[in-house]
Design a protein around this ligand. Structure first.
Ligand SMILES: [Fe+2]
Ligand SMILES: [Fe+2]
Length: 366
């Protein structure tokens, strides 16, 4: 990575003069009728919001979503989050930047993930489902896209190779949980691998991922049904009932009508694929919010899509008992006559510990 001031390292009061990817730009009007711009800037380390208070309409005419822009401004703290007060925004030519500086990537190697996925397919007992998956994953263009694509625009696994990471993680969970619940692992593995694979048609690639026309008009659930047809026709005698059950898993994997599933999961295998999908996407959303958040203290800022703030510090852990002299005084039990002094001491100790945690381990004198 070249020498830039990364989004991750921006701190309140920092003066910024650097190039970022313009992810969002919207013209807004304040209560007093003044036009301003809502901006989201990004690089390979995360996103940051910004506001342009002057010359909003002129700037809107010369820069666009997806442009690389040189941003001048100052970082401040607004409602618990960093925000750049932008004074200048100008487009820079794509030839002058290194695209690698602006693409957030999976921490796992896509080639290794893909091989692991193939070896799980190899372990399947059902010859038809196994052949179907080998055909799908053996398609050069599908494999190429799968190794690069994000699983979403912003909510979960929203980084390069995120889709493959999500599919592999779900498939590993599916393998283990289908054994645990005694359901047909072949369908669960096939469902986990195929459930989101058509996001390679639903989303674009590159630094500024967006929904394609096909994504907006058709979507990955319906495209999933298409892919089952397209590849199962190549396998002689592919059982019709098997195709129906596999398609059912794909169309029902969002679990509820309001999340875009035309059918509710009605087999144990479909329900398991749905639960795993939800679990894996939420766990990743938690992980990424913790990783990319820059608020000070133990909590992230408010996260809209999770409708909460997240506790981001490590939870207390002890691999051995605390030494006797460092133990807080025990509270008096009900059988003991409680002495007001003892209770007070205990409360004091707890308060001290709590404050200590809050202040991030700063020692409080007795
Ligand atoms: Fe999905
Ligand atoms: Fe998914």
């Amino acid at each position: 990575m070249t020498n830039r001031l990364n989004v991750q390292d921006l701190k309140p009061k920092d003066n910024v003069v650097d190039v970022y990817l313009l992810k969002v730009i919207t013209l807004q009007e304040s209560k007093d009728g003044k036009k301003y711009l809502n901006i989201v800037l990004a690089d390979a380390t995360g996103d940051v919001e910004g506001r342009v208070w002057n010359h909003a309409e002129e700037i809107m005419k010369v820069v666009d979503r997806g442009d690389y822009v040189k941003c001048s401004g100052k970082v401040n703290f607004f409602q618990g989050r960093r925000q750049i007060n932008i004074t200048g925004l100008e487009k820079v030519p794509q030839s002058s930047i290194n695209p690698e500086d602006f693409i957030l990537k999976s921490r796992q190697d896509p080639e290794k993930m893909f091989q692991e996925l193939l070896s799980i397919v190899d372990s399947m007992e059902d010859v038809y489902l196994k052949a179907l998956l080998q055909n799908v994953l053996g398609d050069e263009e599908i494999a190429r896209r799968l190794k690069l694509w994000q699983a979403g625009k912003s909510v979960h696994h929203a980084y390069q190779s995120g889709l493959l990471e999500h599919i592999l993680s779900s498939t590993i969970l599916g393998e283990q949980l289908s054994r645990h619940y005694g359901v047909n692992r072949n369908y669960v593995i096939a469902g986990n691998i195929l459930h989101d694979i058509c996001k390679i048609y639903e989303l674009s690639d590159g630094a500024n991922v967006d929904y394609t026309e096909e994504g907006k008009l058709i979507g990955h659930l319906v495209k999933g049904v298409e892919i089952v047809d397209r590849f199962s026709y190549r396998i002689r005698g592919f059982p019709y009932a098997m195709k129906i059950h596999l398609k059912h898993i794909l169309v029902s994997h969002h679990g509820e009508f309001e999340y875009g599933s035309p059918k509710l999961p009605s087999t144990s295998e479909a329900y398991l694929v749905h639960i795993i999908d939800m679990m894996d996407s939420k766990m990743n959303a938690f992980e990424m919010c913790k990783r990319l958040d820059n608020s000070s203290g133990n909590w992230t800022g408010y996260i809209k899509h999770l409708d909460r703030m997240i506790y981001k510090a490590e939870l207390p852990f002890y691999d051995q008992f605390i030494e006797e002299e460092n133990l807080p005084a025990s509270p008096p039990t009900s059988s003991q006559t409680s002495s007001p002094t003892k209770e007070k001491n205990f409360a004091k100790q707890e308060l001290k510990q709590n404050l200590g945690d809050l202040l991030g381990g700063i020692k409080i004198s007795k």
